[in-house]
Design a protein. Sequence first.
Length: 277
Amino acid sequence: MALKQPVVWITGASSGLGLYTAQALRDAGFLVIAGARSFKDSAQTEGGIHRLPLDVTSDESAMAFCEAALRISPWVDALVNCAGVLVLGSCEETPLTEYRRVMETNFLGMVRMNQAVLPYMRAQGGGKIVMYSSINGLLGIPYQSAYTASKHAVEGYAECLAMETKRFGVQVCLVEPGDHRGGSQAYRGRAAEAVASPYHADCARAVATIHRDESGGSDPAVLGRKVARMLLKKHIPFRKCIAKPDQHLAVALHKLLPPKLNAAILRQYYLGDNQRK
């Protein structure tokens, strides 16, 4: 008897980590059903990946995606939530509209997709839900407050979700990437900021550091392959941090060091000034 091909749904699959993960899942033998806002046609297959339009901020789009995906395959083994947006700016001057936009995609978009897929996973006796968080979900980074807040929300939500769905055979995993090359600079927004802003110089330094770290980041294809190998296993971990050693160290120190010392280290790294109070 032939083994059933594992089926995975993945959001945010048109670019960045979502695209690399979708390709790695395909190469690992999964039937990949990928969603993204840029996929305009009702259904198409490209490079062995089924592509469907999906806007994770829309209830109607999420349900339409699920219905179309189930016509391709009547079961779903895993949902991988990769859709995300980013914005840089100070806490004071980033508009509330930008905070709402980031939270709607990065956090509520995951909630929406999980709520859509869970009835099917419960009915079939289990499944796996992967949520792409970030090391920003474990520590705060200056001038990334909207993104950081959204990832902290994902972290807390995932803990609740894992406890609630365990009895139904649904496993939950947080993937926490560090800096990866993947073109995120091309779609990372920046809040409008006047040169006269009191935050202008610090923000410019932080943005330069962030872009430098991304340019020298890890290979996103390697991350995709690690996630694919993980999903082929019967059991998945609740948390999987995929980052360079220095970023693993930063997360560990954040847990161990006093808050003031942590803040001083991060200010020095991102703002280049250890004299600030």
